[in-house]
Design a protein. Structure first.
Lengths: 203, 203
């Protein structure tokens, strides 16, 4: 049984504790990258975070819980970007471009984004369901932006469900080959993907 | 050690044997879908193929070898489609549209396409290397079509490497959610994806 802190976790209420939690999530992401999710234990994560294992367990009940919060935090960032775009008053193409760039910034983030998108299947079912539900919410938010652009006549009359899945599929696949410090920077990748995918939407 | 038949396998030289091998690959794909790759053994595959286990082992040395041939066969189909497009004399947009449709037909194929694209990591390293090498060849073939369109001025001046990865990422991600017999047909999906992605390329 995986223990999940509820909204008011032991460590809540303190900004310092929240900073520690964020630092742990980033250290965990680094450990996952280095050892693989299966190979990284709480000991490796504690080492990376420069905490004692006991201290680490004070903040998180286990590795699954840490991965869950990595994913949950990433999805919160994605949802926030979609919500900001929706209220930006910008034209539909600019809104989608903004979401695409934010999505890639998040998943190509050296800190915790990539692990958040690669390892959903590693979560135990109850946690996976929560992540999948939030991922679905995000997909619906992006789809609503696409549909609004179609309705406004800015985008071609394609099926928003399919086009949104094509876009998200292209974006998420980057974590399988992108390497920080490689030939292509995350910024250039984001620009090229945004230009290409937004162009595909236009009427 | 995984035994892999060489080009002139025991069963080669006979059309009937080749048909049996194809039927086995399709039966295996169905077994992988039903039980998962980890859960489907040679016994389940033999049952699906309506062969005795001994007869199955006459054609394939093991489950890894069967998955390898599923993937290898899929990649041959993809490479053939890219090669046909390249010599078709059609405009660049039509060539890429043709490749996109062929790719989706292959990976959404009820028979063996999807497993071929989802389970690369399940292969032992020597086989995985061969599949990855052929996948890279295919990526280069698609990229050459994109680059030719850019050079001809038909496509916008984007980086063919990145655009090709965006396209292939969108296409391959369909196997994660597409269900035969679901709300969207493979044909409609292929049309929408081709229109959207080709449109994104245009100058």
């Amino acid at each position: 049984m995986v223990r999940i802190s509820n909204g008011r976790s032991k460590a809540s209420g303190s900004r310092r504790a929240e900073r520690t939690r964020r630092a742990i999530l980033q250290a965990a992401a680094a450990a996952f990258r280095e050892h693989g999710y299966a190979g990284a234990g709480m000991r490796e994560i504690a080492e990376k975070a420069e905490l004692s294992p006991a201290n680490l367990y004070y903040y998180f009940g286990g590795k699954d819980e840490i991965l869950f919060y990595c994913q949950d935090h990433s999805l919160d960032r994605l949802l926030a970007a979609a919500d900001e775009a929706a209220v930006s008053g910008e034209p539909p193409a600019a809104q989608i471009g903004r979401v695409i760039r934010a999505h890639l910034r998040c998943v190509l983030d050296e800190l915790d984004g990539a692990s958040a998108h690669l390892e959903v299947d590693a979560l135990p079912a109850p946690l996976r369901r929560r992540v999948v539900a939030k991922r679905d919410r995000y997909e619906r938010a992006v789809r609503a932006l696409v549909a609004a652009g179609v309705d406004a006549g800015s985008f071609a009359g394609r099926d928003p469900i399919l086009v949104t899945r094509a876009i998200l599929g292209a974006l998420n696949s980057t974590v399988r080959w992108f390497r920080p410090g490689g030939a292509v920077s995350a910024a250039r990748l984001a620009d090229e993907y945004a230009d290409f995918l937004v162009r595909g939407l236009l009427a």
